[in-house]
Design a protein around this ligand. Structure first.
Ligand code: TYD
Length: 404
């Protein structure tokens, strides 16, 4: 029996995806030799929920150094849509919460895609993945490449004063030891400071059967219900909860010291919606598990019935779960096209499909492409309008398996 990482109650098992490699563990050609492949790391990917505190979480967690290191393949600034979104996130925080001459800390600032909007003032990025931290520094940003803990929070406050805002985009759900992070936030935040973070929303994952959001880096899948409980244990209020149309559906949670700021009516409204949907009930997750199994079956059938060669579009972290859970490999997909320089020329983790440049996709356009970057569908549909007009078709699997 496994126990909740946060409240230690017995967990309710939801779905087992089988042995899974590191989602962003793209392999170099040298690593494809049989001896080196024997060392490829797999772990059991299993989702569970806590009936006591409602937190949805992974049962087994991969150690951080295996995921976030100098070889981290994920650069945030590969999508123009995301660059726009983070510009808006920064502008919202400035307009709603910040005083003059604010001190802003961003946890997991990646290549600086959001922090650069605060670069002219007092700021600090905390980013343990060395290569992306270096990219942020090249933008002139101040970056600490340690993991955020209560001790580091004290050190930062001692050296630079309290924070007016602590931000996190697609990072808080990555951190197994959330109690230490929330403790650090409480210590580092000034009296009126806010902690604003956004991550994939379990409500959207369930609604769209988006099971590919489940992979090693995402340790937690937040509902408002669970975040309110966690915040309360650390003397914090959730003062706003805003749905965001990015990464397949996220919620931006804004927290402040208890009683320090008014609570927006959106918080009560989303809490009521979650109660109606049963997001704290184990049976809701049993229904999701059945939908995941049906989605896998439909996707495998659609791939096997595709007439002619199929390639992948977007070597996302999410694709690692789909490829390995559905048992798809180089016989099913000739290659996966991607725009990220660090992924091109490598092979997908576990499934060993070559990742090729977008230039190759354009030079010899395939007829069919499996859309792994479905969270950027709008941007990609616009970009590939000519390809689709010439007969190109995308196979998708979120919110359901089908061609478009
Ligand atoms: P991302 O949306 O961050 O998903 P995940 O968190 O699952 O990795 O990754 C999108 C990937 O798709 C990234 O590797 C870049 C690639 N991509 C393209 O190749 N072409 C595009 O037009 C877009 C928008 C993304």
């Amino acid at each position: 029996m496994s126990h909740c990482r946060l409240c230690e109650s017995a967990l309710h098992p939801v779905v087992g995806f089988g042995p899974m490699p590191i989602a962003n563990g793209f392999l170099t050609p040298e690593q494809l030799t049989p001896e080196r492949l024997a060392a490829e790391r797999f772990f059991p990917l299993e989702l569970a929920m806590c009936p006591a505190c409602a937190m949805v979480q992974l049962v087994d967690v991969v150690d951080e150094a295996a995921m976030f290191n100098a070889d981290y393949a994920f650069f945030s600034s590969t999508s123009v849509g995301m660059a726009r979104h983070f510009g808006r996130f920064a502008a919202d925080v400035k307009a709603r919460w910040l005083p003059d001459d604010p001190f802003v800390v961003e946890l997991g600032c990646n290549d600086g895609i959001m922090l650069r909007h605060f670069g002219a003032g007092r700021h600090l990025g905390v980013e343990p993945s060395g290569n992306v931290a270096e990219a942020a520094r090249r933008l002139g940003l101040d970056v600490d490449d340690r993991f955020f803990t209560a001790e580091l929070a004290d050190e930062i406050r001692g050296a630079r004063g309290p924070a007016d805002a602590i931000l996190g985009a697609n990072v808080v759900c990555h951190i197994p030891y959330l109690d230490a992070v929330f403790d650090g936030v409480r210590r580092l935040l000034g009296p009126k400071g806010v902690f604003a973070f956004e991550d994939p929303y379990i409500g959207d994952i369930l609604a769209r059967t988006a099971y590919d959001q489940i992979y090693d880096e995402h340790v937690y899948y937040f509902s408002l219900t669970a975040v309110v409980g966690l915040a309360a244990r650390h003397g914090l209020d959730v003062i706003d909860a805003e749905r965001q149309p990015v990464h397949g559906g996220e919620v931006r949670f804004t927290l402040a010291h208890r009683g320090a700021r008014p609570i927006h009516p959106r918080v009560g409204a989303l809490a009521a919606e979650e109660a109606t949907r049963g997001l704290g009930e184990p049976s809701t997750y049993d229904t999701f598990a059945a939908a995941v199994a049906a989605s896998k079956e439909a996707l495998v059938e659609a791939v096997r019935e595709t007439d002619g060669p199929l390639v992948g579009y977007g070597a996302t972290s999410k694709s690692t779960t789909v490829l390995n859970y559905c048992g798809l490999g180089p016989d099913d997909l000739a290659y996966i096209s991607d725009v990220t320089p660090t992924k091109i020329g490598r092979y997908t983790p576990g499934s060993h499909i070559p990742v090729r440049s977008y230039a190759e996709f354009c030079a010899d356009p395939p007829r069919h492409a499996l859309l792994f970057a479905w969270n950027h569908a709008e941007e990609i549909m616009a970009k590939e309008a000519a390809w689709r007009a010439a007969g190109g078709r995308f196979l998708t699997y979120v919110p359901r398996v089908g061609w478009r």
